[in-house]
Write a protein that binds this ligand. Structure first.
Ligand code: PLP
Length: 370
């Protein structure tokens, strides 16, 4: 059976063959526990250290990388920083309206501890206005969270300026860089950064939280005291290695990957020239194209075009039947939201695949709209 053309690289990316090969020995013969004191343990601990350095190479200097099971877990861990802030009378958390559920729902879970949550609106291009944000951030703000690249529409937020504003008011800044890590430069003035292995051609089941040196977090998972005591549990050397090698590949292929993805995106825009692009067309990561054809029933389109793996809204929200909160935040009407699709290109996508997918999607659309 021919597998579908994969255009859903924001949901997850295929595992890089190099990462797969590097993981195998740590699943097979080198099975030591990286936290054991004997030789087998020390061997695996050394490989975890190498992976930590590889992951750190794409992050700001002067910080620590804590391995987690996912970026969602990293974000949950990062929010713990607000407890110290509360002791200083800071009880406000500001997150962008268009954040991933991992940020939005974690923020909301702090209401029960006395925090007030603001979901900061974005403009019709999906970008937050620094001027507008100025009237929300004040000396009661504990934390501001803003993503680097949006997972649904690919727009890039002015994270550096948001962080400057947060800091000038004494607040901490968390950046969910899941969709930008390894592809788009991460400003180095933020305090915490969440990243994920499976979005950069690494394995699923591993993420990381980078914290600025000196920043203390409360324990999220109690136990054997691994990961500086904040996240206990035995690390998987295989997953760490896969993540590390994937990060190293992103680093060494940065320009090549970007050139390839820009070519794919330019070609896709030609092939889909009857569609409108949702979100900013210039402040964006080109591997994401969120497109709209008014009047289209995307549910029907998905069932008509089963040989292309694409998405409507984010992978997590698409099964829920809820209209995308991101597209709604741009001011799109419910019918416009429901006639939008997301195409995501990656390192392994080919021009031929884009062409074939565009033919299949566009013919199904013409048949539906005629
Ligand atoms: N943040 C963003 C922007 C994402 O796109 C995702 C995954 O879709 C996550 C967080 C969660 O990442 P993970 O799957 O590693 O928990």
């Amino acid at each position: 059976m021919k597998s579908p053309i994969y255009l859903d690289n924001q949901a997850t990316t295929p595992l890089a063959p190099e990462a797969f090969d590097a993981m195998l020995p740590w699943l097979k013969d080198n099975f030591g526990n990286p936290h054991s004191a004997h030789k087998l343990g020390r061997q695996t601990a050394a490989i975890v250290d190498v992976a930590r350095e590889q992951v750190a190479e794409l992050l700001p200097k002067q910080g620590n990388v804590i391995f987690t099971g996912s970026a969602t877990e990293a974000i949950n861990l990062a929010f713990g920083a607000v407890y110290e802030q509360l002791k200083r009378g800071r009880n406000k958390i500001i997150v962008l309206e268009t954040e991933h559920a991992a940020v939005r729902d974690t923020a909301t879970s702090y209401v029960k501890f006395g925090f007030e949550i603001t979901f900061m609106p974005v403009d019709s291009y999906g970008i937050v206005s620094i001027e507008a944000l100025k009237s929300f951030v004040d000396n009661k703000t504990a934390l501001v969270a803003a993503m680097l690249v949006n997972n649904e529409i690919g727009v890039i937020q002015p994270v550096e300026a948001i962080s400057e504003l947060a800091h000038s008011n004494g607040a901490l800044m968390l950046c969910d860089a899941v969709q930008g890590y390894g592809r788009v430069a991460i400003p180095d003035n933020v305090d915490m950064i969440a990243v994920s292995g499976h979005k950069i051609y690494g394995p699923k089941g591993i993420g990381a939280l980078w914290t600025r040196a000196g920043l203390k977090l409360p324990t999220l998972i109690h136990g054997g005291g691994q990961e500086k005591g904040v996240r206990s549990g035995t690390l998987s050397p295989a997953l760490c290695t896969g993540f590390g090698v994937a990060a190293e590949l992103c680093d060494s292929n940065l320009n090549k990957d970007m050139e390839h993805i820009e070519k794919l995106s330019d070609y896709a825009q030609q092939l889909f020239d009857d569609w409108l692009i949702n979100g900013s067309t210039d402040q964006r990561y080109p591997g994401n194209l969120n497109l709209r054809r008014n009047g289209l029933d995307v549910g029907r389109l998905m069932s008509d075009v089963r040989d292309v793996a694409f998405s409507v809204g984010s992978a997590c929200a698409s099964g829920s039947g809820r209209p995308s909160h991101v597209l709604t935040a741009l001011g799109l009407a419910p019918a416009e939201v429901k006639s939008s699709i997301r195409l995501g290109f990656g390192r392994y996508t080919t021009m031929e695949e884009i062409e074939e997918a565009a033919n299949m999607i566009n013919s199904a659309v013409e048949a539906q709209l005629k």
